[in-house]
Design a protein around this ligand. Structure first.
Ligand code: NAP
Length: 216
């Protein structure tokens, strides 16, 4: 299995790289700053199965060739501020274009539960999402919603994974997920568990063409 992971230099993407290597997959890890990937992964016994590639999803020529021969593309790209952004939408348009170019049909990408006030949220969370989180993160969320729309129109075997607030910590494997339904109380999740879901559901046809909510 050859996996391309975009947004691989930290957080969920980097954890997905490590977990995919541990499963014996061939991994191409793409980000703009690749030093951390080398630092974090060089001790892995599967290091020889890792290709590290400097690329920017907003510049197709910098990364699209890495998709040749891939079985799946995973995107965990993200911004660290709430300035107006096109990273998610334009980045995804470029990713999907590259996937079509190289006949790669499986895509898993990360979005956020907060883009929508859902029936599964407790009352207080609904209020906090609508009146605090969404105004605060309106630039991120509007571009994430554009990304989701682009993915849904892609004719790929896509999975959009909507994550709640992320935190760090070891894998627990104790998380819930629902495809095309709304989870009750989707409050928090470890990045390692998000990466675990992604890496372990690459072939799961039940989540193809699905929006998945995930939470602890
Ligand atoms: N933080 C939360 O609580 C939360 C909640 C829900 C959903 N999410 C979503 O979950 C995902 C993962 O979040 P995270 O906090 O684990 O990771 P993160 O720290 O946001 O990492 C984002 C990754 O995207 C890469 N990236 C940014 N711009 C890029 C570009 N132009 N080209 C290529 N790569 C680029 C970064 O690497 P370089 O900078 O090296 O390029 C980095 O590896 C994100 O999509 C985020 O929106 C986060």
């Amino acid at each position: 299995m050859k996996i391309v992971i975009l947004g691989a230099s930290r957080g969920t993407g980097l954890l997905a790289v490590k977990q995919a290597l541990a499963k014996g997959y061939d991994v191409t890890a793409v980000a703009r700053n690749v030093v951390t990937i080398q630092q974090e992964c060089h001790a892995s016994i599967a290091y020889s199965s890792l290709k590290i590639s400097k690329g920017d999803v907003l510049y197709p020529a910098s990364f699209d060739h890495e998709l040749e021969g891939a079985d799946v593309v995973i995107s965990s790209i993200g911004v660290t501020n709430n300035k107006p952004t096109v990273l998610y939408s334009m980045g995804m348009i470029n990713i999907i274009h590259a996937m079509h170019k190289y006949n790669v049909s499986r895509l898993i990408c990360v979005s956020g539960i907060g883009v929508e006030v859902t029936p599964g949220m407790p009352f207080i969370m609904k209020l906090a999402t609508k009146y605090i989180l969404q105004p605060l993160l309106k630039n991120n969320f509007s571009d994430l919603l554009k990304m989701e729309a682009v993915v849904k129109q892609s004719r790929l075997n896509w999975t959009i994974v909507r994550a709640p607030r992320l935190r760090n910590g070891e894998i627990t494997g104790k998380y819930r997920f629902a495809a095309n339904e709304y989870l009750r109380n989707p409050l928090i999740l470890r990045r390692s568990d998000l990466a675990h879901f992604i890496v372990n559901n690459i072939d799961n046809k039940q989540v193809f063409c699905s929006r998945v909510e995930i939470s602890n």
